[in-house]
Design a protein around this ligand. Structure first.
Ligand SMILES: *Cc1c(COP(=O)(O)O)cnc(C)c1O
Length: 396
């Protein structure tokens, strides 16, 4: 990709991201264990330091926060799940706020936003991910601008550079769900920085990047389908303090064991992602030509609706492919049932490839009934292709 993308993604403030992932969050004092151990303690002997885990945390949260904060370019707060972190951000809104949300996004976030609207906590505007003009317009009026790019499951890439540089209402929060991209492919807190240089010359207010970036650690950072976790990263000290307080007061605290496992997963994130997204590109190209596939969505394909934005903004195109099986929902179900290597399971971002038909998920009935979302893992790509090809040829 271009050299501009290289400087934006290949290094953080600490050198290369690959080395950071392996080295960050360790206690380097002589005699310390190389890996921060999980400490399953609710309370500690009073005197110095920690007293109670919900308030004061455990060492393994802090290691995870240090690792992800360095990747995203901000200060991180670890939560019990991605949704716990996202709920803590929505919780910052005062009564009568305006929220802008993508029309295609994680169904849990849509459910949270709709529930809040029903209770009169805020008004909700749903916006097409690629409708940049509408996003820019809403930046001037919304109190929370919530973006997800690439979106789940249609994989539409929003023009985050432009949206993150648009003038925002005073006190507004612009958040990006960065789960699908991971901080290795996209750093929302730094996006828009290039555009806003120009906005200074145009006498527009200077805004540099998103205020918040969210990872569901459950997915790529954990990477082994064995934990739930979330991390929220911000640049503003006030917001950081509010999120920590929210975690403490709502009890949305991550487990010591889960964060230990998440740190272990993070050590191999760069390797796993590189391998899986290389395979995803190969599989997407082949699926796009398969006679039993009607449509293949992958940001790396030139045919993808927002391929240009993806090329500009993302270092890599990710590991998720959404494709429509030719025929009806029964045909798509029989593909899932006919797979032998790829697991028929929800969720994504793990070492094992998983697939599911998304229209069966409550709140996702608007999706094409034959859409299968494939999360490509680290198996041998030819084995994955052989499995997909045989299942696609079985027929309903
Ligand atoms: C899974 C996911 C979430 C929610 O994360 P949990 O850890 O399951 O709470 C949010 N956003 C996206 C894009 C996700 O894939």
């Amino acid at each position: 990709m271009t050299s501009m993308n290289k400087t934006r993604h290949d290094t953080n403030d600490h050198g290369s991201v690959e080395s950071w992932l392996v080295s960050a969050g360790r206690d380097r004092r002589p005699g310390s264990p190389l890996n921060v151990p999980p400490i399953p303690a609710s309370n500690f002997v009073l005197g110095e330091g920690r007293a109670y885990s919900r308030d004061d945390g455990t060492p393994s949260w802090e290691a995870l926060e240090e690792i992800v904060g360095g990747l995203e370019g901000g200060s991180s707060v670890a939560f019990a799940s991605g949704m716990a972190g996202i709920a803590a951000i929505f919780d910052q809104l005062s009564a009568g706020s305006v929220v802008a949300l993508p029309d295609d996004c994680y169904q849990g976030v849509a459910g949270l936003a709709q529930a809040g609207q029903r209770r009169g906590r805020w008004t909700l505007h749903r916006v097409a991910v690629a409708d940049t003009a509408r996003w820019v317009e809403l930046c001037g009026v919304a109190d929370l601008i919530w973006l997800e790019s690439p979106s789940n499951p249609l994989l539409t890439v929003g023009d985050l550079d432009t949206i993150c540089a648009a003038p925002r209402k005073r006190g507004a929060i612009l958040g990006v769900d960065n789960t699908f991209a991971t901080p290795l492919n996209q750093r929302p807190l730094t996006l828009g920085a290039d555009v806003s240089v120009q906005s200074v010359t145009n006498q527009r207010p200077l805004t540099l990047g998103a205020d918040v970036s969210v990872q569901s650690v459950t997915k790529f950072i954990g990477g082994h389908s064995d934990l739930l976790g979330g991390v929220v990263t911000v640049r503003d000290a006030n917001l950081l303090a509010m999120l920590r307080q929210s975690r403490e007061l709502t009890g949305a605290t991550p487990g010591a064991l889960e964060t230990f496992l998440a740190v272990r997963g993070a050590r191999t994130l760069a390797l796993r992602l590189e391998r899986a997204q290389h395979s995803a590109m190969t599989l997407a190209e082949r699926l796009a030509r398969h006679p039993n596939v009607a449509l293949t969505r992958y940001p790396g394909l030139a045919s993808h609706s927002t391929h240009e934005a993806a090329r500009r903004q993302l270092k890599g195109f990710g590991t998720i492919i959404s494709f429509d099986v030719r025929g009806d929902s029964a045909a798509a179900d029989s593909v899932c049932g006919g797979l032998r290597l790829i697991q028929h399971a929800t969720s994504l971002g793990a070492v094992e490839s998983t697939i599911e038909r998304r229209a069966i998920i409550p709140g996702q009935e608007h999706l094409p009934p034959t859409l299968l979302r494939l999360s490509v893992g680290i198996e041998a790509v030819e084995d994955l292709w052989a499995d997909l090809d045989q299942a696609l040829r079985l027929g309903p």
